[in-house]
Design a protein around this ligand. Sequence first.
Ligand code: RUB
Length: 306
Amino acid sequence: MDDLESIAEKIRTMEIRGAGRIAVAASAALRDYARTLGSLDIEEFNVKLEEAARTLVETRPTAVSLPNAVELTKRHSSLRVDEAIDEIVDNADRFITNAGEALGKIGRIGAERVRDGDVIMTHCNSHAAISIIKTAFDHGKDISVIATESRPRRQGFITIKELSDYGIPTTLIVDSAVRLTMKEVDLVVVGADSISVNGALINKIGTSQLALAAQEARRNVIVAAETYKFSPRTLLGEMVEIEDRDSDEVIDPEILKELPNLKVKNPAFDVTPAEYIDLIITEAGAFPPAMAFTIIKDYLGLELTL
Ligand code: RUB
């Protein structure tokens, strides 16, 4: 459990972050943990597996990629531990391979929406969004990017480094400059932590601000999301929980101590309603948000709602 606990801690502290990377790390951690349980009987094995799954899922509440990855990995139908382990190893390897391939497909499908000369605004640090941007650039399109800082954790710095190292002209702005800057933008491309059955996007805090400003300026917003970022449980009426993180990320605790009447709120994600989203680019194609139910049914399976 030590290795699994150490991955769980890295997800909690955001050393491993971003919905896709969290999912892949959790799937691999569960696979490797299952492999250590070979000497147990099947009942003990299942109990340990469930405990480990819970530990991983409870690390961060918002990205549905995490429970989806854990659920798809831990499923097995065997009464023998060795066979159960084989199934889990296959599940994890399939999930991780598909996740890697999905990024490439999203890049290729999404790049078709980028025109030569486009200025793209992005937010936070999304592998899926970056895949679209890099692929458009690889296709020879003369693009540039405006990236938000993404306070408080400043994941925008990871994005600007990656894009600028890749040779893509990139401009960094503070989050509050989004509306002013939107007039220079042709297209907004962001990632997803979760997409609910009504097509709403849950992504890094501030995403809805980009979408609102884009709609006001009549710019298109596209979301880059693997199908495993869709939330089956929203079909049962469940809401996606918005993670509240520690005030330390926003303000020095020493300063906070001296201000007894101050409360700090640090929601890590927000919700962008479907009407602000033009298209969701998945590995299975480009869909309008209204098709979220179909994606959940056809690509994840309704049994994930159980
Ligand atoms: C990251 C974030 C990203 C999505 C998608 O938040 O909001 O936009 O997770 O990322 P945090 P990807 O830094 O709090 O994890 O496309 O890489 O899965």
